[in-house]
Design a protein around this ligand. Sequence first.
Ligand code: VAH
Length: 317
Amino acid sequence: VVLIIGANGQLGSVLTTALQDKFGANNVIASDLRKRDGYKEIFEVIDATDIQRIEEVVQKYKVTQIYHLAAILSAKGEENPLQTWDINMKTLFNVLEVSRKQHIEKVFFPSSIAVFGEGALLDNTPNTSYLDPATVYGISKAAGENWAQYYFLKYGLDVRSIRYPGVIGYQSLPGGGTTDYAVDIYHKAVLNEKFDCFLKEDATLPMIFMDDAIRATIELMEAPKEAITMRTSYNIAGVSFSPSEVVAEIRKLYPDFDVVYNPDFRQEIASKWPRSIDDSKARQDWGWKASYDLEGITTTMINQLKKKYKTGSKNLE
Ligand code: VAH
């Protein structure tokens, strides 16, 4: 039985569906701060800062795996640094402690390329780079990775982790990240609206298509325990591009697509992140390989969003 904490989020909502397909809907417990409108399967309201509540749900359903996807992202996190640290760390500690006490078999903790800062190479950033993140979100992920490893080394808890690049999907909306523009831009294109970009046109960042991100997560969690040699977190690469490159790709389908650039504080965050990622460790250990390039992402995003908007289902999560 799998428990997903943060099941209403950008990744959590899509991962919930993927895990239901894999384990059956009765073996997947979705949870978040609020019940999701129209969600028909098993759902529990959990505030992950409340350790007792997590433990209660784990015991009620005899949970054996936890995916902890609740966090405050990079841009939003800068509005209230101490609160972000508090929430991101407290929820992780609660998950780790409940997992240790209740003998959870496997735990998934999402890290991010936001763990990298100026001390890491900008291109093909190695897995073992020096970590000097400049955002609270990045600091909380870097610390979280080390805590994950600590629980593995000290208690044998099987925690596994991926450093996600910016995730792009049509199924859900991101909230409060620096890479959010790369989802929003497709919505604007399909709606024939002008796009106001908060990054500079040449701000190249590592990105990944949702389907690849979900597949990576499941492949990592399915890998034999002995294959996992990184107990902090794995770099995974998808594709790297800048806003102007996405615009060029979109204009192949929408030649009149109009964009203005108004970089804000998020450009400062992006400027310290890698441009591309070396994921050779994930390739070696559990056979990771992304399958979507920018063209594949663009055609899929546009086709899927066209369908969504045509059927009037604009209320994406
Ligand atoms: C953010 N999408 O922008 C997240 C991510 C690669 C960065 O972790 O904050």
